[in-house]
Design a protein around this ligand. Structure first.
Ligand SMILES: [Zn+2]
Ligand SMILES: [Zn+2]
Length: 375
């Protein structure tokens, strides 16, 4: 079938993106679904920093690629052999298609699925190859098994979580990346317990979802750190007990947490922020890195802090999530009013505004903007 997808053909750091227009809406040929795959009509797709990281080259991916990895939609067609999904079901898409049988999946760590990571790195669907082609018949790579900045997508069954139909799809989309990653880092990776002190550095969609996770976990205090005043204000509204600028953070976190937070979270993808989060962590505490810095960057930390102070630095990919377990849980919390995920949504706009949305995110003016391919 013919559909429309936003395709990146060349890496650029030229801004504003509204003028350099790295994403081009192209008419594309979408084939399939093949065995084990679904055709999904994309109803909402969130714009995430990881999309911009592909555009500016800090996440190296094969091009051309149809971007977009945080989305929700409606199943329109089912390939052979697919179980537990029906046409008409609402699905949230997740950016690691976990195979369910590799060593990592078998160890209860589906976010680190090896075939899923290999497919994502190669820009293919989980079961191999691309089902997207341009007007000349040349293949287009898939972004994280989803390619959601499009009117339709074919995805592996493993990339989809069926969700209740009474959740607005514009809200549901955010569960696929921001919530899974941010809340998951708190609830899964760190396993924050009631009364533990936390500090969250970087208040984009992921960092603010960590604030939501910390509130659910009954952490106290919850200190939020970001250079943008409007994001600090939003963090306070979502349940952070204090919000600080980066300049105030090191001293401020230590004061507010009586010597350093027991768990700190880094959601900026910037090595200096990781180091700041580590310095704000108390003896015996844990620093959780969620951001994705450029692969050539390094962090420098006091070597003695590990054995000498019992500190640890751990990575959290996709919130150490098991999406088929976690997304329904988080949706239940949202329904109960305990995880107001819709507050992370800054704006909705038609798909053809994609470059403006990228610019607003890169400029720090938006948290989560949701693109609507069928406005
Ligand atoms: Zn993302
Ligand atoms: Zn696996």
């Amino acid at each position: 079938m013919k559909t429309v997808a936003a395709v990146l053909r060349a890496v650029t750091d030229r801004r504003p993106y509204g003028e350099s227009k790295p994403m081009v809406l192209e008419e594309v040929e979408l084939s399939g679904p093949r065995a084990g795959e679904l055709l999904v009509r994309i109803e909402a797709a969130g714009v995430c920093h990881s999309d911009i990281s592909v555009v500016d080259g800090s996440r190296v991916r094969p091009l051309p690629m149809a971007l977009g990895h945080e989305a929700a939609g409606v199943v329109e067609e089912i390939g052979p052999g697919v179980k537990h999904v029906r046409v008409g079901d609402h699905v949230v898409l997740t950016f690691v298609p976990s195979c369910g049988s590799c060593a990592e999946c078998s160890s209860g760590r589906p976010a680190l699925c090896t075939p899923g990571a290999l497919a994502n790195g190669a820009g293919t669907l989980l079961h191999g190859g691309s089902v997207l082609a341009d007007r000349d018949g040349k293949p287009i790579h898939h972004h994280l098994g989803i390619s959601a900045f499009a009117r339709h997508a074919v995805v592996a069954r493993e990339s989809a979580v069926v969700v209740p139909k009474d959740v607005p799809l514009q809200t549901a989309a955010l569960f696929g990346c921001a919530v899974l990653t941010g809340a998951g880092a708190v609830l899964n990776t760190a396993g924050v317990r009631p009364g533990q002190s936390v500090a969250i550095f970087g208040l984009g969609g992921v960092g603010l979802a960590s604030v939501l996770g910390a509130v659910v976990a009954n952490a106290w205090p919850i200190v939020a750190v970001d250079p943008v005043a409007a994001k600090r204000e939003l963090a306070l509204q979502l349940g952070a007990t204090a919000a600080l600028s980066p300049e105030e953070a090191e001293k401020g976190v230590k004061e507010l947490t009586f010597g350093g937070a027991e768990v700190t979270f880094e959601a900026a993808g910037v090595p200096a922020v990781m180091e700041a989060a580590f310095r704000a962590t108390r003896r015996g505490g844990m620093t959780v890195a969620m951001g994705l810095p450029h692969p050539t960057r390094n962090v420098t930390l006091p070597a003695l802090s590990f054995a000498g102070l019992g500190q640890s630095l751990v990575g959290s990919y996709m919130g150490s999530a098991a999406p088929q377990r976690d997304i329904p849980r988080y949706i239940n919390l949202w329904k109960a009013g305990r995880m107001p995920v819709d507050r992370l949504q800054s704006a909705t706009m038609p798909l053809d505004r994609i470059n403006d949305a990228f610019e607003a995110l890169a400029a720090g003016l938006a948290v989560r903007q949701v693109l609507l391919p069928h406005p």
